[in-house]
Design a protein around this ligand. Structure first.
Ligand SMILES: C[S@@+](CC[C@H](N)C(=O)[O-])C[C@H]1O[C@@H](n2cnc3c(N)ncnc32)[C@H](O)[C@@H]1O
Length: 158
């Protein structure tokens, strides 16, 4: 199986900035791109996922992971030459559908009682607007500056 029995999925890993161990063997790192790009200050951003995949249509069976980390792009407007675009990517024009499908896929590939950790940066869109795109209810969250970390659990449907 493509998950190789790994218990954790990072659904859009980018350059894995927030990981303490960027090669943690228990994590399946997915992203839609595989590339190395230079920022304007000469810094190199390296994005080499284990699997190239789309979070709106993930290449994993249902109930595959104990934890999913979802840190999608948070920008709707960004020039292709901008550092933020090169590092974090950009949402589609139809970002509501894109993010709604992303949440749906995260919950599909989580096993029952699995945990979703969602990260959001309120640069252009409010957290409230984005959380309204899923029927799943967040458990708790933490805010630092403009960045939120929010935890969900996949509870069995009543
Ligand atoms: C906010 S960045 C992730 C940063 C990452 N968490 C880190 O620690 O470096 C968002 C990532 O989502 C990726 N992405 C954009 N659209 C995607 C999609 N449909 N499916 C999977 N990844 C996508 C971008 O390529 C970008 O690397």
């Amino acid at each position: 199986m493509i998950t190789d029995g790994k218990p954790i999925l990072d659904a859009c890993c980018g350059s894995r900035m927030f990981w303490f161990d960027k090669d943690n063997p228990f994590v399946e790192f997915m992203d839609i791109r595989d590339e190395e790009v230079y920022l304007s200050d000469g810094q190199l951003v390296i994005v080499h996922p284990n699997t190239i995949g789309d979070f709106t249509n993930m290449p994993y069976p249902d109930n595959s992971f104990k934890m999913v980390v979802f840190d999608p792009p948070h920008l709707v407007w960004a020039g292709k030459a901008a550092n933020l675009y090169k590092r974090f990517g950009k949402l589609d024009k139809d970002w509501k559908t894109e993010l709604a499908m992303g949440f749906k896929e995260c919950f599909r590939v989580l096993e029952p009682y699995g945990v979703l950790i969602f990260k959001w940066c309120e640069t252009q869109l409010k957290l409230k607007t984005v959380l309204a795109l899923t029927n799943e209810k967040p458990l708790f969250g933490h805010k630092r500056g403009k960045t939120f970390w929010v935890a969900f659990m996949k509870f069995p449907k009543q």
